[in-house]
Ligand binder design. Sequence first.
Ligand SMILES: Cc1ncc(C[n+]2csc(CCOP(=O)(O)OP(=O)(O)O)c2C)c(N)n1
Ligand code: SF4
Ligand SMILES: [Mg+2]
Length: 306
Amino acid sequence: MLEKKVSPRLEMSHLFASGHSACSGCGEALAARLVLWAAGPDVIATSATGCLEVFSSNYPNSAWEVPWIHSLFENSAAIASGVEAALRVTGKLDQVRVIAQAGDGGTADIGLQALSGMLERGHDVLFVCYDNEAYMNTGVQRSGLTPLGAHTGTSPSGQTSSGNPNLKKDMPQIALAHRIPYVATASVGYPFDLEKKVKKALSIRGPKYMQIFSNCPLGWRHDPSETITLAKLAVETGLFPLYEYEDGQLVSARRIASKKPVEDYLRPQGRYGHLFAQESGVEMVARIQAQADVNIERYGLMAKKE
Ligand SMILES: Cc1ncc(C[n+]2csc(CCOP(=O)(O)OP(=O)(O)O)c2C)c(N)n1
Ligand code: SF4
Ligand SMILES: [Mg+2]
């Protein structure tokens, strides 16, 4: 009988199985699949309440081909801390890695306390924030990671409002302030970079934090076919820089080959549609451009000309 040959990469890609109920073009589903693809099968994962948990575990089915625990909205990091402690005392931490997962709300808002505790206590866990920039599971409400100017149900645009008035919370810097060994950002637009960072994070002992840009076509109101194009544009404009910190030092930042204006990224998304339909939008677009320019300067993102 012929032996069926499957490449190791393809095998890993099935750790997050198809058949779940995410919307088409969902960046979070793609990101979770890539994380498991990179991590391999010897993993225990936790997930906070949110879209990822809902679309991956419709009873009696599950997309998770690794041991997986659904926590409350606020305590993915606390559950992962307990799992890690149990593995440590039973001497199994060398064989199994622990990954805690949450959306941006479950990370930067209601989950921040549990995450901070986990980082402070030094648990050997990789925390992954799937950043789709709002509370999507409950119908698109603003979170601390919603960017400036975005329309959501709780930061509506209108005659007197140009959308979210607040800056996106700098969550990686908050994680970094806990003096942990590894902090990184990644994006579904750059899967191999994401894979490399997950593998590196899991090879390091202690608490690790990764924030992954994960489009939500439904909440951002863009065509599902635009997910990867827009994820790349977020990086090429400087709005979502990709970088790594090891032991508190910036060790890598993805250079921008050809800088794009933020308008290229904003225009295709309905959540920013008001900025191009009302006069006050001009000022808001300029403020968003200024944010991108600050990132470019801060992380040295422009490729140096010879
Ligand atoms: C204590 C508590 N408050 C509110 C909720 C309702 N709730 C469930 S998921 C969610 C939003 C999740 O947003 P996020 O963490 O960004 O994940 P996403 O769905 O966007 O992936 C909310 C408000 C809850 N389950 N528990
Ligand atoms: S609402 Fe957004 S995050 Fe949720 S499944 Fe759909 S595309 Fe994904
Ligand atoms: Mg979210």
